[in-house]
Each structure stands twice: as C-alpha cells, then as structure tokens.
Design a protein around this ligand. Structure first.
Ligand code: BEZ
Ligand code: FE
Length: 287
C-alpha cells in the first residue's frame, strides 16, 4: 500500500476492515468513511479547517464530565440525535424525542392524580391521559417517568434548594391504563452555550433556546421503551427548537379551565388542562 492517492484512499481504508467479524460494524464504519471522505472532497477541506475541527473535538472532551456531555449536545444541535429518533422511533405509535442531559434516575413514585407542584410557583397544569399498546389496549401498570423545568426554565440541577427531585416523579398507570399529574407550566430555556457547542451555534448565527416541554419516559413489560417530550403550542420557540426535537404530534394545547369540577382530580382552579395518550410499540425493532 505504497501508492496511496486521491483515487484509491477511500477504498483502501474500507478494504483495511475486510477482516472485521461484525458485518454491521463493517457496514456502519465503512459507510462513515465513505461519507467523511466525500465531505472532505466536496468542501476541499484545508489543514487549517480540519485542525479547527479537531480542536472542537478536543475542547468537547475537555469540558465533558459525568454531568455534562458535549458530544451528546453536539449531536443534538446538529440534528443527528433527532434524525436517529426519526429513523429508529415508532412509525405508528407515539413519536420519540431527545432525552436531553437532565434526566435523573430514581425519582419518587407517586399515585395517579398526584401533585408535584411543591414549593414551585407558576401556572398550574393538569396533564392526563391513557397509555395504550400498539393494538389500542390500555396498559395498566406502565411506568411513566416525568421531568421538566420550573416556571423560570430551570431544572432541579440548577435549583438544589428545591430538592434533587423537584418537578420529577414516576407514576404507574391505574387499572384502566390512566395517568394524571398536577404540575406547573415549564418555561423555555437555553442549552449550554459556554463551550464549543456555543461557538458552533454562534458560527451559524443560531440561538440556544428550546421551547418549553415535559420529558416523559414510558416503560411497560413487553413494550418498547419510549423517550419523548410534550410541547406547548403557544411557546415562543415552538418553531425554532435549538435541538430539532419538536414533532407536530407532540405539540399540545393547554386549555384554560376555571372550574375544578370539570376534571376528576382535586386541583385548584384556575389551571390548564393538557390531554395526551401514549401509544407504545411491542418490544423488538422499530415498527
Ligand atoms: C433538554 O431537553 O433538556 C435538552 C435536550 C438537548 C440538549 C440540551 C437540553
Ligand atoms: Fe429538557
């Protein structure tokens, strides 16, 4: 292999992996090489530009730790996380959306209808609905894990005085597959932009805002795990999410209610009612 040239370098790198035992590895990494090389050829990448790219990766590594992963954020702002969601998510059930970096395992389990408002101020929300399987049958005992920002756009990591699990909970659906949660309306907030991803956003004349949302992770025996987000249709950033997580099927209307008797849960009026049913796929590859 002493005759490496522009004409043969891509095929030569791919050929170097011909002994890989894992066929999927060969396919995925081989294709990555094809497209990386094609990209470098297309833009005629210079040394200076590629060094800037390597410097970005180096800085992303330096700023990452067990609480912050700049590589995930890079994938998010480049739309790759959402592309994988669209490719590998459900085609007939509830659409998935990004997990984000603020999930905390082990939130308290609360009963259907519970309030997680605690000391938070903000507009009250009752979110409720049913979890169904792919055949439309209600799923009793499905586990929903919720997390969200407070009314100032802050996750519990940024408000330790409110408790580790502020505005977070897990809930099992009842015998009819129903869930119901009393909470406050979350607010839009910005993804971290004090690291290399911030430079990437500024370079592209982009902002760092995400529209307000609830995160929900739903699991049930025999069903595919669902990671998704629910958005408010009146959010100023609903059409400009910095990480491209919005799908129209996940944009909900918050209906103002002035009469608590309108719902079968002990909530104080006025509040906003949000209804959403989840539909899970059976375990296995994406349907
Ligand atoms: C979030 O929803 O919390 C989030 C998602 C992607 C990047 C940063 C934050
Ligand atoms: Fe979030």
């Amino acid at each position: 292999m002493r005759n490496i040239s522009l004409d043969n370098i891509t095929a030569t790198v791919q050929d170097s992996m011909r002994g890989a035992a894992d066929a999927r590895f060969r396919e995925v990494i081989g294709s990555l090489v094809t497209h990386l090389h094609a990209f470098a050829r297309e833009v005629h990448l210079t040394h200076e530009e590629w060094n800037a790219g390597l410097d970005f990766l180096w800085r992303a590594g330096r700023i990452s730790d067990d609480k912050r992963n700049e590589f995930v954020l890079t994938s998010d702002v480049l739309g790759l996380s959402s592309l994988v969601d669209l490719l590998d998510g459900s085609s007939s059930g509830t659409e998935s959306s990004v997990l984000g970096p603020f999930y905390v395992e082990g939130a308290p389990i609360v009963p259907v209808g519970a309030s997680i408002v605690g000391d938070n101020t903000g507009e009250r929300v009752l979110m409720h609905g049913t979890v169904f399987d792919a055949k439309g049958r209600p799923l009793p005992g499905a586990l929903l894990d919720f997390w969200q920002t407070d009314a100032d756009g802050l996750y519990s990591q940024a408000t330790p005085h409110k408790g580790e699990f502020n505005l977070r909970c897990r809930m099992r659906t009842d015998a009819q597959g129903r869930y119901a949660l009393q909470t406050v309306k979350p607010r839009y907030y910005s993804v971290p932009y004090d690291g290399p991803v911030g430079d990437l956003l500024r370079g592209g004349a982009r902002h760092a805002w995400r529209p307000s949302h609830f995160h929900v992770l739903v699991t049930a025996p025999g069903q595919r795990r669902l990671v998704t987000e629910l958005f408010a249709d009146d959010d100023p950033y609903i059409d400009a999410d910095a990480v491209f997580g919005v799908r129209s099927s996940l944009v909900l209307h918050f209906e103002r209610r002035d009469d608590a008797a309108a719902v079968p849960y002990p909530i104080k009026a006025p509040f906003f009612e949000v209804k959403f049913d989840f539909r899970l796929d059976a375990e296995g590859p994406a349907a």
